[in-house]
Design a protein around this ligand. Structure first.
Ligand code: ATP
Ligand code: MG
Length: 670
């Protein structure tokens, strides 16, 4: 057959068929137009899975009457002028193609009213051309787009679609946008069934939207993590179900620079992460939200805009994998073992596989293979120390009190459900001090209550979930400790977390600290000479300390006399004394304290104390003593009383060193 040029009509239809592959693509384009128009609410209605009719109504800026004739014309847009604008494009639209394409495969009617216009105007389009002129019509501020008989001129395509399936795809798109645009109100109404299928109106946060648009099962099993790589300007977050969740359908919502996209690579990565430990037939639920500089992403790759290309893709995939690995692996054993024997226990051991009921493939009795997954996940269980002589002397301080471990039972539950969070909060305000004594005084100082509220407002629930699984193992360097989280060994810098812990204890137990009296009082001016504080600031600090000495001893257990001598510091934890020979560092921290404002002053003293008592720079000679403190005091309190951490941006997250299965592979051969 000779080569002939296709007619414009055929060209347009082919192009339109690529943009509008099914009703869900058209609806996605229209939602994006509404968001570009600044809409706050977007209502979608469908009939016969969108094939007979769909409409979308928004309360955005509207289209002026004089612009209406161009809205449905190919390559007419209000969003892009020059090609170079594309690299910084902030809108979804840029081609001026969506509405025209829809009008090539369906009957399109636009009714629109900008707030400045008295009435709405209505104009219909077919084949990329307006049918006559816009006529006045009833209509609210915003835009209503109606599409009838989609694919009326593409017989094969119309027949090949099943309305239930096309509707399911529409619902998927709307759920995805409801979750991503948590502040916008979306609704999807199925006219032929008189049913509202998705509704995200006025829901308070993303987790509730997930619950309402998907299910409680998904929302209550969600783990979250930040996705940040400052070097390449990537920021974002990931919400993903724990290994306990077994969905029927793999839901993966990926938004890059607010665009809903599909990515085979990310899909494969996530499948491979979950494949190790989800039972066959079970699927995860994942939402990824990444932003990056506009110049690093090419959005003009595919007619449906569902594919994008971006720089540093491998690095971003690695970041996703690393974050998911870190949080998912600890939950893995939750699901596979409910009884976790210790290696050293003489008792009979048993393993109960919770998958059994869900997964009939695993009908074999538990075999010895499971031993490589058996980990001690409870500080109170028997361990090698019980066979060794106890370390009796705890530094120079007297140590009459029982180890805290015996006084309080660690709370093993993770605070991820609202009920658990509440109970944690209750625990935090209990009438006992952290050290287990009944409170002598119950002070309700407003400034301290505000600090307390701030702590309760910390939201790093996902990280707290990880913290709750931790068991102290040992020290790996002068700054890092090694912890066990289920079957993984992690290395972490504990200084900031321990500072957070002391801060919370001080806020909670202020006014109730015993004073650790010094044998010889220390002269504060000579301490200041050791510090980095400029001498011109010494006087101001000394006067403030003198004037406030009653408050300092009363609230914080810091005893200072009239002659600027420090004679005692608080016993914040009974079994632990910080390195008092470095006490000048505490005063250094008070350099910029605002002594005139109660709230700021108390916060600054609390912070300085917390920093001084926190664990950092461990010395070789101290390790034995500190190990005792960590195991018997700090980690139990961490589990039982620590509220959400308030991590600063430079916090370096724990690094996974190895895992029990990995070690087993090596040592099994020996
Ligand atoms: N809901 C809406 N509210 C206000 N203006 C709209 C709305 N929908 C479309 N428009 C206007 O109609 C124009 C054409 O829309 P259309 O979706 O066809 O193209 P686009 O959004 O500019 O680019 P793209 O084809 O990439 O989506 C838009 O540029 C915008 O000015
Ligand atoms: Mg558009």
């Amino acid at each position: 057959m000779p080569i002939r040029k296709l007619s414009q009509d055929v060209i347009n239809k082919i192009a339109a068929g690529e943009v509008v592959q099914r009703p869900a693509n058209a609806i996605k384009e229209l939602i994006e137009n509404s968001i570009d128009a600044g809409a706050k609410s977007i209502k979608i209605k469908t009939k016969k899975g969108g094939l007979e009719m769909f409409s979308i109504e928004d309360d955005g800026c509207g289209i002026a009457m004089e612009d209406l004739p161009l809205a449905g014309v190919r390559f007419a847009t209000s969003k892009l002028q020059e090609y170079t604008d594309l690299k910084d494009i902030g809108s979804f639209g840029f081609r001026g193609e969506a509405l025209a394409s829809i009008s090539h495969v369906g009957h399109l009617t636009i009714t629109s009213k900008p707030a400045s216009q008295q009435v709405a105007y209505k104009l219909s389009f077919d084949g990329g051309k307006a049918n006559g002129e816009a006529i006045p019509s009833a209509g609210k501020n915003g835009t209503l787009i109606q599409v009838k008989d989609l694919f009326h001129n593409m017989n094969m395509r119309q027949k090949s679609y099943n309305p239930n399936e096309t509707f399911a795809k529409i619902a998927d798109v709307i759920r995805a946008y409801s979750i991503h645009y948590e502040k916008l109100n979306f609704s999807l109404f199925r006219i032929d069934k008189s049913q509202t299928q998705v509704r995200s109106w006025n829901l308070p946060d993303r987790k509730t939207i997930i619950e309402k648009t998907f299910s409680k099962e998904v929302s209550s099993n969600i783990l979250t993590s930040k996705l940040t790589d400052e070097e390449i300007g990537v920021d974002g977050e990931i919400f993903f179900t724990s290994s306990v969740y077994c969905g029927k359908k793999f839901i993966l919502l990926i938004f890059i620079n607010n665009r809903l996209i599909e990515s085979k690579q990310i899909k494969q990565i996530i499948e491979s992460i979950y494949e190790d430990f989800l039972p066959r037939g079970s699927r995860p639920w994942v939402y990824i939200n990444i932003t990056m500089p506009g110049r690093n992403i090419d959005v003009n790759v595919h007619p449906t805009k569902m594919e994008v290309q971006f720089l540093h893709d491998e690095r971003i995939y690695d970041l996703i994998k690393k974050k998911m690995d870190m949080f998912l692996i600890p939950t893995k054993t939750d699901r596979t073992m409910s009884v976790v024997p210790t290696f050293l226990s003489n008792h009979e051991t048993s393993v109960i596989d919770l998958n059994e009921s869900r997964d009939s493939r695993r009908s074999d009795p538990p075999s010895l293979d499971y031993q490589h997954q058996m980990v001690r996940n409870d500080n109170t269980s028997q361990k090698i120390d019980s066979f060794l002589a106890n370390i009796e002397e705890i530094r120079s301080g007297n140590n009459e009190n029982k180890p805290l471990q015996q006084q309080s039972t660690p709370n093993k539950k993770t605070p991820d459900s609202p009920d658990q969070k509440k109970s944690l909060k209750r625990k935090f305000v209990t009438n006992e001090t952290i050290n287990g004594r009944a409170k002598r005084k119950n002070c309700n100082l407003r400034s301290m209550m505000l600090l307390y509220d701030e702590i309760c407002g910390n939201k790093d629930v996902d990280f707290k979930n990880l913290l709750d699984t931790l068991i102290f193992v040992g020290f790996s360097s002068s700054t890092n400790i090694i912890v066990q989280s289920q079957e993984n060994l992690l290395s972490m810098d504990f200084s900031q977390l321990s500072e957070d812990l002391f801060y919370q204890i001080i806020v909670r137990d202020y006014s109730n600290f015993d004073v650790d009296e010094f044998e010889t009082p220390i002269d504060i001016p000579s301490l200041l000479q050791l510090s980095n504080m400029p001498p011109e600031k010494w006087e101001r600090l000394l006067i403030a300390l003198k004037n406030m000495r009653e408050m300092l001893v009363d609230y914080f257990g810091i005893r200072i006399d009239e002659n600027y001598n420090l004679s005692g510091m608080p016993k914040i934890l009974d079994n632990y004394r910080p390195e008092f020979n470095k006490i000048y560092k505490f005063f250094e921290e008070l350099e910029d304290t605002n002594w005139n404002e109660e709230g700021k002053c108390l916060k600054s003293i609390t912070k300085a104390l917390a920093k001084f008592y926190s664990f950092s720079n461990y010395h070789r000679d101290e390790l034995e003593y500190l190990r005792e403190v960590m195991e018997n005091t700090v980690f139990p309190i961490f589990k039982s009383h620590f509220f959400m951490p308030q991590l600063s941006d430079d916090f370096s997250e724990p690094v996974k060193l190895t895992s029990l299965p990995a070690l087993y592979k090596v040592f099994e051969r020996c």
